[in-house]
Design a protein. Structure first.
Length: 326
């Protein structure tokens, strides 16, 4: 108990010092990533790129830029609350989780979470956010009801953007950049259960509704790894395009999409056969920022210039692109 208490104090000191001393600095400028979040009613899109000091908000119907929100250093990830009233942005350079009111697009709350804050995910109740911190090799749990840090979980190896809850919200899956492993955390106890290995430059992950299968993008082998969650074994690797980042599963779990950064394409994987069925072209360095519409008929894909391509899955092609206007 005493050892755990000392560890917690050390981690808290790291976060406090990193926030006060290193905030306002760019964090790992050679690490590039982008993020795209679509509001629950699919009326607005919020997009970021880690080298941009702006986060862009688009009206999806009109394709117009509603606002360029400024004040960032390295925005890393964006998520909406379940009711769509708030969206949250992590910024690794500021060391903050930042909450914005959707109606006014104004900053309403900041949470100091430490220099190096990267990927984030929210539970289905909308009262907890889990944030990877690469600099501290931790995951910070924010309680949105008490508006405070609930827990700092240690034992990771430079976790970056990949962090997902299983649909039951009982397990948290965290990708580790330094050792190419996935760490599995018990959400009830906030303790590490196990690790899954065998990846090569792991990027995005997704998990089926039954919690039994996990998909992971391997940019080192240009493949999607299929993992049996019960055994922790990789049961298949599906060849895709060059430098895959994404692993977005459709609402009906019939297809999975990955963005292939080096060849500017999306690979469409048929889940029943676990084979690549289609290659969709016309993108600009697509990564992991791929979001399905609720009905599963369209998908929103973020390009490297922060434009958003809208793809019809019936036609398997881009039907419209929301262009960037400064």
């Amino acid at each position: 108990m005493e050892k755990y208490h000392i560890t917690s104090i050390v981690v808290m000191l790291f976060i406090t010092l990193s926030f006060h001393v290193q905030a306002q600095q760019s964090f790992d400028g050679d690490i590039k990533n982008n993020s795209l979040a679509i509001s629950p009613n699919e009326s607005i899109a919020v997009a970021s790129y880690s080298d941009s000091v702006k986060v862009k908000v688009y009206n999806i119907k009109t394709g117009r830029t509603i606002k360029n929100i400024v004040g960032f250093i390295n925005p890393r990830n964006i998520i909406f609350s379940p009711d769509g009233k708030i969206f949250y942005v992590t910024d690794s350079g500021l060391g903050l989780l930042m909450a914005y009111d959707v109606a006014t697009l104004k900053l309403i709350k900041t949470y100091p979470v430490g220099y190096g804050a990267f990927g984030s995910t929210m539970n289905k109740n909308g009262d907890l956010i889990f944030i990877n911190n690469e600099a501290a090799s931790t995951v910070t749990v924010i309680d949105l009801v008490s508006k405070s840090v609930k827990k700092i979980i240690t034992g990771f190896a430079q976790p970056r953007q990949g962090v997902k809850l299983n649909p039951a919200n009982t397990k948290l899956y965290v990708t580790n950049f330094a050792n190419d492993k996935i760490t599995v955390v018990d959400v009830t106890t906030f303790k590490i259960d196990t690790t899954i290995s065998g990846f090569n430059k792991i990027r995005a992950i997704s998990i089926t509704k039954d919690g039994n299968t996990l998909f992971a993008a391997n940019s080192g082998t240009n493949s999607i790894a299929v993992v049996d969650v019960m055994t922790g074994n990789i049961i298949k690797e599906i060849p895709v395009g060059k430098d895959p980042y994404g692993a977005s599963l459709s609402p009906d779990e019939s297809i999975l999409l990955t963005g292939n950064k080096m060849d500017n394409t999306l690979s469409l994987i048929d889940i029943p056969s676990l084979t690549t069925k289609k290659i969709i072209t016309g993108f600009k360095e697509p990564r992991q920022a791929i979001v399905f519409s609720k009905n599963g008929k369209q998908v929103y894909v973020l390009n490297n210039d922060l434009s958003v391509s809208i793809v019809s899955l019936a036609a398997n092609k881009i039907i419209r692109t929301i262009q960037v206007k400064q």
